[in-house]
Design a protein around this ligand. Structure first.
Ligand code: ATR
Length: 276
C-alpha cells in the first residue's frame, strides 16, 4: 500500500479565503483517511483545461466554488439527480476507470445548517433569496422540497432571477425580480447568495422586508460581520448568521461522496466558532 496521500482540492477564483483545506484536514484526521487537500486558483478562461489536467495528474476529487459552478456542470460526464436539477456542480468525483461525476451538496449543506444546527422549521415560510448565480441553483431544489409558502429570488440582473424562477416553477411558488421591486411584509428568512460580500458590498435593498422575527442568513463567511449581517443587525433582524455551518455540512457531504464516510461535523463547527 502506498503512503502517498490521495489528492483533493477546491477550485475557485478567488479562492485564497477558503476554509475548505482546514475543514477537510480535520475530517481526514478524524476518520483516519490519508488525503491531501489544496487550493487551486483558476480563472474562467483556464477552468476546463486546468481541471481536466488536475484529474489527469491523479487528483481524485474537487470542490468547485465561484464563479465555476455552472461551468463544472458542463464539464463532467455524469450528473447526480440533484446536480442535474441545479445545473450547477460544487463537487466532482473521479472514480477509477469511470468518468467524472458532478454532484451538488450545497442545498443539503444549507438545509442541514438551518434545520439541524439552527433549529429553524422551513415548512410554510416566506423566503427571499438575494442572488441568482450558481450558489442559488444548488439550494433552490432542497429548499422548495421543504414546502415553503413562497420563495422570491431578487437579483441585480432581474432577468437572471426570473429565468431561474421559471426553471424551478414545477417545485413550488417561486418568482424572480430586481431589488427595487421588493416590498414588505417582512420575510421569515432572507438568504444572501450574492458574491457582493467578497467585495465588501451589499445589494441595494429597500427597507421593510426585515422584521423582528426575520432570520438573515449569509452564505458568505469570514471573520466578524459581513456587509449583509451588519445590514440585518441594523434592521433588528431576529438573527444574522454567516454560512460557516453550510460550508461545513456541504463539505461533509462531499467527503461522503469521495470517501464513503460522513464525518461528524460538530468538532469542526466548534473549532471554526473559535476562529470566526
Ligand atoms: P455563485 O456561484 O457564488 O452564485 P455567480 O454565479 O458568479 O457566483 O453569481 C454571483 C451572484 O452575485 C449574482 O447573483 C450576481 O448578480 P448578477 O447576476 O447581477 O451579476 C451577484 N453579485 C455579485 N456582485 C454583486 C454586487 N456588488 N451587488 C449585487 N449583486 C452582486
Amino acid at each position: 500500500m502506498s503512503d502517498t496521500p490521495d489528492q483533493y482540492g477546491v477550485v475557485g477564483h478567488p479562492v485564497s479565503h477558503s476554509w475548505s483545506p482546514f475543514i477537510h484536514g480535520m475530517f481526514a484526521k478524524a476518520t483516519t483517511q490519508n488525503l491531501a487537500y489544496r487550493l487551486f486558483d483558476i480563472t474562467p478562461e483556464d477552468f476546463r483545461r486546468e481541471v481536466l489536467r488536475l484529474f489527469a495528474t491523479g487528483v481524485r476529487g474537487l470542490n468547485i466554488t465561484l464563479p465555476h459552478k455552472q461551468a463544472a456542470a458542463e464539464l463532467v460526464n455524469e450528473l447526480t439527480p440533484r446536480a442535474e436539477r441545479a445545473q450547477a456542480v460544487n463537487t466532482i468525483a473521479f472514480f477509477e476507470d469511470t468518468a467524472l461525476l458532478g454532484d451538488n451538496t450545497d442545498g443539503l449543506g444549507l438545509t442541514a445548517d438551518l434545520e439541524r444546527n439552527l433549529g429553524i422549521t422551513l415548512t410554510d415560510k416566506r423566503v427571499l433569496i438575494l442572488g441568482a448565480g450558481g450558489a442559488v441553483r444548488g439550494v433552490l431544489g432542497p429548499l422548495l422540497e421543504r414546502e415553503l409558502r413562497e420563495v422570491h429570488i431578487a437579483n441585480r440582473t432581474p432577468e437572471r432571477a426570473r429565468k431561474l424562477a421559471t426553471e424551478f416553477a414545477d417545485m413550488g411558488q417561486v418568482s424572480g425580480c430586481g431589488y427595487a421591486d421588493l416590498r414588505g411584509p417582512a420575510y421569515d428568512l432572507i438568504i444572501n447568495a450574492t458574491s457582493a460580500s467578497l467585495k465588501g458590498e451589499m445589494p441595494q435593498i429597500p427597507a421593510g422586508i426585515v422584521g423582528e422575527a426575520t432570520v438573515c442568513y449569509d452564505m458568505a463567511y469570514g471573520r466578524g460581520h459581513t456587509p449583509f449581517t451588519l445590514w440585518a443587525k441594523s434592521l433588528h433582524a431576529a438573527r444574522a448568521t454567516k454560512g460557516w455551518g453550510m460550508l461545513v455540512e456541504q463539505a461533509a457531504e462531499s467527503f461522503l461522496l469521495w470517501r464513503g464516510i460522513r464525518p461528524d461535523t460538530q468538532p469542526v463547527l466548534q473549532a471554526l466558532a473559535r476562529h470566526a
